[in-house]
Design a protein around this ligand. Structure first.
Ligand code: UDP
Ligand code: MG
Length: 309
């Protein structure tokens, strides 16, 4: 039988959330009478996440799970799920109940209005910290200023995609995957719905400030090469200032005024040194991307899976 809907759920240390999520999904999906599959992708959890998935999969053949050999990251887990999905409509959502299953019928009806991709935007409430709200706002400001594509702010990887757009997405083979940006990049007719964000059901967020920063940096450098151009502007600016300053020094030299120099030399060295390091680090960021892509390693390794085919 054909599967109409695939639901993909990346899970990292979600042992306390899987059961309730599965129940809520069932309750919701029963109301819309649709053939579906649920794919849990265990991203190398060290807790009982995969055992939970296995148990559910044993009793319900619409449920399957794969388990990575280690933690490869949320974005790669999403990819593995998308590669496995068979449905005509594919929904990705988090495994911690922050993306309420109740929103699924809305996603589907928006899709039926003729959209190829339905993205979601959370309505912020107190469950999201001030810090996360602010950093996320600034991240989207920066990425939209720097890259040519528009990434919806307050978005998450909670969306519905058609078969065709998933195939297009899967044709992108780059390693550093910023799913939100890539989905926007593939184009098609994209719609948006809003949902009320919920606090995590159990456990703590794996996106620590450090990981968020990494994702943000990755998002920016994989969607835009504009930061590389910063060096051009800095270079031009300091070249011009250098010429002006040299004229000033020459003037001093010829008028015989006392050149003390110490302060100006130090300031110049410090500023130039700082800028050079800054620019080197930007270049390094891109070089490391080239390095990663050129190794052409597989994007993930599956250690266990619930289905045998
Ligand atoms: N996740 C994952 N691999 C990771 C980190 C997170 O698969 O390395 C999953 C996690 O289980 C959850 C989703 O990605 O389903 C979002 O993660 P989290 O809830 O920790 O982030 P937040 O919602 O706080 O942004
Ligand atoms: Mg979460």
């Amino acid at each position: 039988m054909m599967t109409e809907l695939s639901i993909i759920i990346p899970c990292y240390h979600e042992e306390k959330n899987i059961d309730i999520l599965y129940q809520e999904l069932n309750t919701t999906l029963k109301t819309i009478e649709i053939s579906y599959e649920i794919i849990f992708v265990d991203d190398g959890s060290k807790d009982k996440t995969y055992e939970k998935i296995e148990r559910i999969a044993q009793n319900d053949d619409r449920v399957s799970g794969i388990s990575f050999s280690r933690n490869f990251g949320h974005q790669i887990a999403l990819l593995a799920g998308l590669e496995k999905a068979k449905g005509n409509m594919i929904i990705t959502m988090d495994g911690d109940m922050q993306h309420p299953p109740k929103v699924i019928p809305q996603l589907i009806s928006k899709f039926k209005e003729g959209y190829d991709i339905v993205n979601t935007q959370r309505i912020d409430d107190s469950s999201i910290s001030f810090f996360k709200k602010q950093t996320s706002k600034w991240f989207y400001k920066i990425i939209n200023r720097l890259s040519d594509i528009e990434v919806e702010s307050l978005g998450a990887d909670f969306r519905l995609m058609s078969r065709e757009t998933v195939n297009a997405f899967l044709s992108i083979r780059e390693h550093d995957r910023f799913t939100r940006g890539l989905v926007s990049w593939i184009g098609y007719k994209q719609g948006l719905i809003e949902y009320q964000a919920h606090p995590r059901h159990a456990g703590t967020s794996s996106y620590t400030t450090g990981r968020m920063l990494k994702l943000a940096l990755n998002g920016i450098t994989s969607m835009s090469s504009k930061p590389l151009r910063i060096s051009l502007f800095f270079g031009l600016f300091f070249f011009a200032s250098g010429i002006l300053y040299s004229l000033f020094i020459l003037y001093n030299y010829f008028t015989g005024s006392n050149v003390q120099g110490w302060t100006s030399i130090l300031i110049t060295i410090l500023i130039l040194g700082g800028i050079q390091l800054f620019i080197l680090s930007i270049i390094g960021e891109y070089v490391s991307k080239i390095f990663n892509e050129s190794k052409a390693r597989p994007l993930y390794i599956i250690k266990k899976r619930t289905d045998t085919d």
